[in-house]
Write a protein that binds this ligand. Structure first.
Ligand code: SAM
Length: 209
């Protein structure tokens, strides 16, 4: 069994409070509009979904993750909340392309919004994955990333990396800045000691060809 399958049993109870307001801010920056199609990459237990759903628009939401345990929790919460137009599928983010997603949906698809919260510090080959995620977007589509960067490493950094199987040395926002237009980044008000570094949200728009 993979670590995140085990972690799924206590992920929300140990972390939900800590990240609640940061998720809200990330969804604000996602700037959702009616009838959009959104994908949440490495969606885990679906902790972003309730924030997306409260924005009260009529959109289609896909969530994908590598861990069947995390997805099971996500599916439970979709059913418990009776969320419609919300679909989960299991995939390795390194292999995500529009055509691999179309195998799941059974129809042609592209996305207006991509969100990835605390995923790119965990997923291997994150630079290639980030390229692929931008590739999922329609023209003018937006991508929002939330993650942690440890400018000064300390014991908490090491602990968080061990527990989350993460690498907090990745300057993810810098790469997003190079690859998108209308880039914006801000730090989120969560203590560095709690998350092992600075929690940030970064947003960019797909560059025109
Ligand atoms: C720290 S959790 C974040 C979960 C969720 N996005 C959140 O905001 O709470 C990292 C997630 O990345 C997923 N993950 C790790 N490697 C992955 C991969 N190669 N492809 C897809 N998901 C992956 C894990 O299963 C886990 O759910």
């Amino acid at each position: 069994m993979k670590w995140y399958d085990i972690f799924s049993n206590f992920y929300d109870s140990s972390l939900e409070k800590l990240y609640f307001s940061s998720r809200k801010r990330a969804i604000e920056l996602l700037d959702l509009k009616d009838n959009q199609t959104i994908i949440d990459i490495a969606c885990g237990t679906g902790a972003n979904f309730k924030h997306i759903k409260t924005s009260n628009h009529n959109f289609t939401l896909y969530g994908t993750d590598y861990s069947s345990g995390m997805l099971k929790k996500g599916q439970d919460s979709i059913e418990k909340n009776s969320w419609t137009n919300t679909f989960l599928f299991q995939a390795d983010a390194r292999e995500l392309t529009l055509s691999s997603i179309e195998n799941f949906t059974g129809k042609k698809i592209s996305f207006d919004r991509v969100i990835c919260v605390l995923g790119l510090s965990v997923i291997p080959e994150w630079e290639m994955v980030l390229d692929n995620l931008i590739g999922l977007l329609n023209e003018n589509g937006k991508i929002v990333i939330v993650d942690v960067f440890a400018e000064k490493r300390n014991l908490n950094t090491w602990l968080v990396e061990k527990v989350a199987k993460a690498d907090l040395n990745r300057r993810i926002w810098q790469t997003l800045k190079i690859k998108t237009d209308n880039f914006h980044q801000e730090y989120l008000p969560v203590k560095e000691s709690k998350v092992g570094g600075k929690l940030f949200v970064a947003v960019g728009t797909k560059r025109r060809k």
